[in-house]
Write a protein that binds this ligand. Sequence first.
Ligand code: DQQ
Length: 654
Amino acid sequence: MEDTIPFLTTHDLEDVASVPCSYIPLPDDAGIPASRRKPLKGFLIIFSGILFLGLSIMLIGDQGSKTPVIIDGDGSLSILTFPETIKPVSRGVSEGVSEKSFRLFSGDGVSYPWNNSMLSWQRTAFHFQPEMNWMNDPNGPMFYMGWYHLFYQYNPVAAVWGNIVWGHAVSRDLIHWLHLPFAMVPDSWFDIGGVWTGSATLLHDGKIVMLYTGATNESVQVQNLAYPADPSDPLLIDWVKYSGNPVLVPPPGIDIKDFRDPTTGWNTPDGKWRITLGSKYNTTGISLVYETKDFISYELLEGLLHAVPGTGMWECVDFFPVSTTREDGLDTSVNGPGVKHVLKASLDDDKHDYYALGTYDQEMGIWTPDNPEQDVGIGMRYDYGKYYASKTFYDPSKERRVLWGWIGETDSETADVEKGWASVQSIPRMVVFDKKTGSNILQWPVEEVDTLRLSSKDFDKIEVRAGSIVPLDVGTATQLDITAEFEVDKEALEGIIEAEVGYNCSTSGGAAGRGALGPFGFLVFADESLSEQTPVYFYIAKGTDGNLNTFFCADDSRSSKANDVGKQVYGSTVPVLDGEKLSVRILVDHSIVESFAQGGRTCITSRVYPTEAIDGAARLFLFNNATGASVTTSLKIWQMSSAFIHPFPAEKKM
Ligand code: DQQ
């Protein structure tokens, strides 16, 4: 069944039953030793008490805070309501970190009248998110005694950035999570302004050290040390801050607000450890390296790990090896033949995560990019959509490197406050070197995501003619895992004569901009009349050198009838080697669409907020808006179950 486009054509869809969702609970005992279970409830009660007291003191003391929270006469907290028009408040910048509130690119400044069912639909089903309030960067991810640990930047009292503590959750499989008490709260002069981003290092004797940035009582960014109070506790519930904190203060020449986010340590051949952290010098983004034996005293190494002029402040630097010969991931300290190093920086200036591949010279202490034209901050990005402040860890249980990223909101702060939460974490992605291209990494959802797959439908060799759409009979299209391959009509490919210079996902008209060989792909979150739709697609353009360039894009411009949400068109080029078909995987989960092209060479994450294409009205289509080429596609689509993401069941464990 086909209809013509471009966009906004009504057509009939078969009435399809929606696929019911269910969650997969964790095993009953959740693997916790009996000795650990009893004290937890008491701990939670005492902890909540202390936390409440601490936060009250902090909030009263922090009169300058912009968090919209007031303490009522009876000591209870309430959230201030916002006026109807959008007046985005800056959050984070005056405190010395990157802007945390989403600034609209367009819109008429008037809030959309969101209702409860629209807002509650936006909550994701299998992406990690806390039960309520604000979350940002992933912190200190690790695997320890059979559990994956995720810590994260969290505001316990509001759906906007501020009052940052370390949230903590554990999982057996990176998909189903149990929320634990906060790991660390701002309770000392060296982090009273916020327990900011940090990383875990697992020492050879099995001990864990956590380094994190604290904003001091004088708003100086310092690095602090913390460690588990009871290393025999697989849940690592209690954390101790080192009494001699801070262990690092900004060195001469570095601004007190430009010194943050220590990485996981790596070992040197002489048994020392090195860490790096981000900063800037004038407008040059830099990563400083420190050497230590004990994580208490440090020596600043001469020179820098790397610097890139014009890239501004580097946040959340990540530095890790990838194997050029093997399939598995590498522990952070590995170096030598067959190893390249990835250097990633989150650019404060444009809020994107950039990476480059290069060589790490341990002796000289410097990293050199393979291709200086594709250096950190001016070349490749992990993700061309909404994705920031990411961090990897090495998972020894599956010998892989896993990447987490913070996916913020692109709606208004008013809507976030109304719905009571903001931000999700990306689906954890496995990261490997792309041996075929030799010039990029591959990111792919960890295999555990596949356990959420329910019923599936296969579609074989569907022809999507130029200028047509094809509805896909998959029922409700709200929680999906889509895999597809596309082949473009050979004659059209070979017959293309004219070069198309300067195609750009963001500026060439999005999915409505027609060329001979694209765009074609999917319309996700489309209602039956296509009045709302989010195209995820390929576009092929001939270069002046005669070669074909393939672009992978996501167009959010028609994703919602609401005006108070971001509606960018995202994307970039994707390498397609001789003989390869075009391939894509798309994870659809309510307000998030995570897309991976060519096995994860180019990735795009969109946040979308439809008003009509929600619940049972959300449909999925194929489209081909090319003027001259048919495409044939084979696909498999799964309905996805919801993940179990709940508070740790303290009572059940008594
Ligand atoms: N978020 C943290 C900082 C980091 C920034 C504060 C990146 O440590 O630089 O919440 O999003």
